[in-house]
Ligand binder design. Sequence first.
Ligand SMILES: *Cc1c(COP(=O)(O)O)cnc(C)c1O
Length: 346
Amino acid sequence: MSFSLENITRKNVKGLKSYSSARDEYVSDGSEMVFLDANENPFENGVNRYPDPQQRSLKAVLAMQKGVKTENILLGNGSDEVLDLIFRAFCEPKQDNIISLPPTYGMYKVLSSTNAIENREVLLNKYFQPDVDSILDTIDENSKLLFICSPNNPTGNSISGESIIKLLNNFAGLVVIDEAYIDFSSKQSWVSYLSDFPNLVVTQTLSKAYGMAGIRLGICIASKEIITILNKIKPPYNVNGLTQSKALERILAIEQVEKEVSKILEERNKMIEVLKGVDFVEEIYKTDANFVLAKVDDANLRYQELLYKGIVVRNRSSQPLCENTLRFTVGTSEENKKLIQALKES
Ligand SMILES: *Cc1c(COP(=O)(O)O)cnc(C)c1O
């Protein structure tokens, strides 16, 4: 099976022309114009005008930082919107299927349900790595998307590059690598492999390392052809003006982001050291992200104990292969001290 974008795009999407908004039809070149084309209220308050539907300023800086062209980038209202657009562009409801690899991020399953797409789950092995042979046995001609979360949530580990390359080479659909935690990882982003694999899609977000979960900005990086298809179906003004300006400010101050990331990694290592000495902790999983997954004696009990001490962690026990696990997000040094104190008391 070889990959063909033509073959995997939904019929109705192929025929679509993207909606042309007022801001698409007249693109400002910076000169003083009187804008009477979009039925906006003319009184300035900072947000009375529609935002740039193509987020040009933001994409220009992101493209430079990620080493791609702006035509390789689509932005969305969080990666959740980006992932939903990928479903809607490539999966025919009640006909196609996707492959996901639990334990992993819950949105792939949610989006497959809301889009009426079958979700075929192939469990990770005990090292939280993909079982490539089972995945290849599970795919059929209606398998359109394979989601690989790396570093994986909730386990924290990166997915083996060898497995990913095998899957990219042998899957005739899109391999979507969710890199929400890539900025915490010592591993390289898959973005640099874009020109090698026409079926590679990478998603990233400003919600984690960049500290901007509140503004909702998701990033999709893929071939120009894939981005063109996604652009056809995205709502014209999907990234609002406040988000665009806040995001731009933040990515221009990239050193601050890097500083915060290295502090978080320092705190993560401290947290791991302390967890190693806690009686009820049975295993600490290797992490490339800003959280640590640990197996404990009784997750419900330990969760409640921490809650009682004012600390909210995530109980991931309901996920396959994650019985009695708690996921600890790395906080500030202060927050970490409180956690360490609470762990030592118990
Ligand atoms: C947190 C997270 C996201 C972020 O989603 P946004 O909608 O961009 O906030 C995406 N993928 C994974 C695996 C995550 O854990």
